[in-house]
Write a protein that binds this ligand. Sequence first.
Ligand code: NDP
Length: 279
Amino acid sequence: MSANIIDGKAISAAVKEQVRDEIARDKLTVGLAVVIVGDDPASRVYVNNKKKACEFCGIKSYEYALPAETTQEELLELVDTLNADKNVNGILVQLPLPKHLDEKAVIERISPNKDVDAFHESNVGRIMIGNYSFLPCTPAGCMELIHSTGVEVAGKECVVIGRSNIVGKPMAMLLLHENGTVTVCHSKTHDLAEVCRRADILVAAVGRPNFVTADMVKPGAVVIDVGINRLDNGKLCGDVKFDEVSEVAGWITPVPGGVGPMTIAMLMRNTVTAARIQK
Ligand code: NDP
């Protein structure tokens, strides 16, 4: 294996320690409300991991586990209550919501100052113009991982595969803010492998196991694998075919242990930022 492994676990632990130390040093009182509707097992795991991270950092977590039959009105009412609650600095509604609920309307109801996922339209708009308080956790975590390599983004060819509102698009924007030359690919992209091979920094956010193969990667590139895919055997795997791509790339994130833990660490950081804004 030639690539350096980017250790998301270690880097996320360092971010959480910084957050913990900051809260203790400045004697901050910080609270995060996590709302989960229904009993999706993957969502349950994410919510538990977020609770654990809160405990570690000294953030009080308030969990609202609602039944799958919860109505839109009930959910919006809870969001209103949390918006008004001074003990709650950040509100996170775990996605996806059950199909009968309108995710967009729920996100728009969260006070932008408490929107620690940075999914609210006003926060998305602020990211576009580079005047933001919160960055969406997964792309922000990816940027930390890229920074950890020491590779400068400025002037580099950056390719993002995926254009979702929560990962691909904001990721592209953050790379652009750091002066990368950014290409965003999607399911209609022609000759994807050719485009990817240009990348000094390649970010895969596709949601397809082992999608990125060695022939799509420029030797020495930084490869960030956002994908979390569960295989039939129950194992987790990323969007990048790790064994062969790690022979070509310069740096690569593993799955698990790469982007996933960073997402939670950045959520902790956003929650402290929210608490400071509200004070
Ligand atoms: P979406 O399904 O919303 O988006 C997937 C994107 O991949 C779309 O833009 C789609 O293109 C593109 N795509 C699909 N097939 C192809 C193809 N054959 N060629 C090129 N592009 C393709 O997923 P998300 O962005 O929400 O998530 C992506 C992955 O990241 C998932 O595995 C998810 O589990 C994971 N994830 C991980 C997180 C973490 O903390 N590590 C957090 C969030 C997500 P088009 O738009 O044309 O349909």
